[in-house]
Design a protein around this ligand. Sequence first.
Ligand code: HEM
Length: 204
Amino acid sequence: MLRNENHFHERDAMMSTARTSATSRDGSLNAASERFARPMIALHWLIAIAIIAMLCIGFYMVGLPRGLPFKSDLINFHKSLGITVFLLVLIRILVRLAYGRPPLPPMRAWQRAAASITQALLYVGMVAMPLTGYLGSSFNKYGTKLWGLALPQWGWDDKHLRQIFFGIHEALAWIMAALVILHFLGAMKHQLIDRDGLLRRMSP
Ligand code: HEM
């Protein structure tokens, strides 16, 4: 009898550990076991701040009048930060491949699909945006500088190619801004409506 009771206590303890490693009793996530790896969290926030800044600077600078010295300074800053973000994104992709992601908490199939599609598109945008910006700048007589250092100029002055790449770059900027807003609203829904602690997975 005593052996049987002990056996049940053991089994209860095991089941409770299994439950807390995924979700706690009230259904909220267990922050310790379900968090993204530290380097992923650091890169997520560093890149998030840089990309939001890049979008704001980009939309602002294209509206400035031609020939303004401040405009060319801002464009050079935009190019340097864009290339830096691109290098960080490449590191982020390698880190993601190495660490993977913690399993998603229980949620409806459409929510899971929406989150995965938005996040995959954000990755595509994070690579395609700097690439198209760099290509557009390469078919320009001004060339590209990285924090003051002139990069090899392999392109030539070609208005047509420049317009194609900058056209794609601008369209992607609008799509990216929409995706970031969607992603942010998704995170807020989890935080304020579902109250499932999802944000803790990515909290610094
Ligand atoms: C604006 C504020 C932002 C908030 C509150 C936020 C929040 C989050 C959270 C909570 C996750 C984890 C989702 C999960 O548990 O699966 C996440 C993942 C992700 N976020 Fe953000 N984020 C923000 C901005 C951004 C920006 C600007 C980008 C990039 C343009 C971005 C790209 C991503 C990507 C790609 C993932 C998926 C990570 C992976 O699974 O590899 N986020 N974000």
